[in-house]
Design a protein around this ligand. Sequence first.
Ligand SMILES: NC(=O)c1ccc[n+]([C@@H]2O[C@H](COP(=O)([O-])OP(=O)(O)OC[C@H]3O[C@@H](n4cnc5c(N)ncnc54)[C@H](OP(=O)(O)O)[C@@H]3O)[C@@H](O)[C@H]2O)c1
Length: 374
Amino acid sequence: MKRTRVALIGATGSIGTQTIEILCAAPDRFELVALAVGRESDASRALAAAHPSAHVVIGLEGGELSSRILDREPDLLVAAATGLVGIRATIDALDAGVAVAIANKEAVVAGGELVMGAARRAAARSGTNLLERLRPVDSEHSAIWQCLAGERPERVERLWLTASGGPFRTWDAPRIASARIDDALKHPTWKMGGKITVDSASLVNKGLEVIEAHRLFEMPMSRISILVHPQSLVHGAVSFTDGSMKAQIGAPDMRVPIGYALNYPQRSDHHVRAVNLADMRELTFEEPDLQRFPGLAVALAAGESGGAAPAVLIVADDVATSRFAAGVIPFGGIAALLRDASDRFAGRPAPESVEALRALSDEVRAFAEAWRPM
Ligand SMILES: NC(=O)c1ccc[n+]([C@@H]2O[C@H](COP(=O)([O-])OP(=O)(O)OC[C@H]3O[C@@H](n4cnc5c(N)ncnc54)[C@H](OP(=O)(O)O)[C@@H]3O)[C@@H](O)[C@H]2O)c1
């Protein structure tokens, strides 16, 4: 059987290293042909030494990154950098007939129709469905994708995304507003990269995920709900028109959704330990509190308004989380910055090209970097 040629953007990151673990466990099925990282480091040198036949790409973005990756003629691209560095490569890969496993939610949220249009064209050309071409990796979206298997879209009533609630789930509003970076990095259930961990503490990540689900599953925002579920065992669910509901359950371990995307339509035999239902003393679910987590309210409003708003949100949040991590703005400043950037830029139409998205991103970035809390 021909091995799947895999290219990986973000190879040294949290998703990237877990992807490599899965690829290495099945050398008969996968061949790593290209790996891209942000900078030369001990980790990138170790990867290059361990995968001598893979082409190593360092510190490129846009068309340069995309052509270096696509030169290696992969069958599958795993997009696992943060931010917008891989958006051009994602679109170009889809246009070149390469399937994309997308961890990089920022590209889907900010890119909107640019990415989804490429996925639809790719699905139409190959006679497959959209999700086979643009495969969800985020655990909640993978859960929903698994629940949708074999179902008809018109019978789907609602999508449910769960959220752990993050480290500030039980904190009051003033304490959250003055939280420090060390507090924000103490995620109760998932071990992830720094940016997404801060986004999980503010719950902005969950807003991004609702927009991501709205795009990937072509479902109106009003039919996607969030449930705070601190045990992080139920990752997502779908309710159907006949009153039935399917949920996906598993340990909070990203190797499960990564493995599902890599092996689709098969399942991986990478043995992550299944959850023992008999050990589950308690599964709790509650609605998120938009008063204590105002960043989530801003993110959901951006998804509702569409146009440029989701892209503005992505860029403003990128700057806001970095400035918070550097100790320049307080935790409460993240939501305030997102609100002010949205008020200023979000009424614009959606960017019609990656170049227009870059130009918008430069403007929003300049505003967000100069922003001061009141
Ligand atoms: N971590 C999770 O469990 C998780 C779960 C769901 C979704 N996601 C999503 O997956 C994406 C990655 O998250 P993460 O937590 O894995 O991030 P991370 O640990 O911060 O890793 C980011 C990766 O991107 C690389 N990178 C930066 N600039 C690059 C460039 N120009 N070209 C190629 N690679 C570049 C970094 O390389 P250097 O190390 O060289 O800088 C690093 O390998 C994000 O969109 C996140 O929202 C993550």
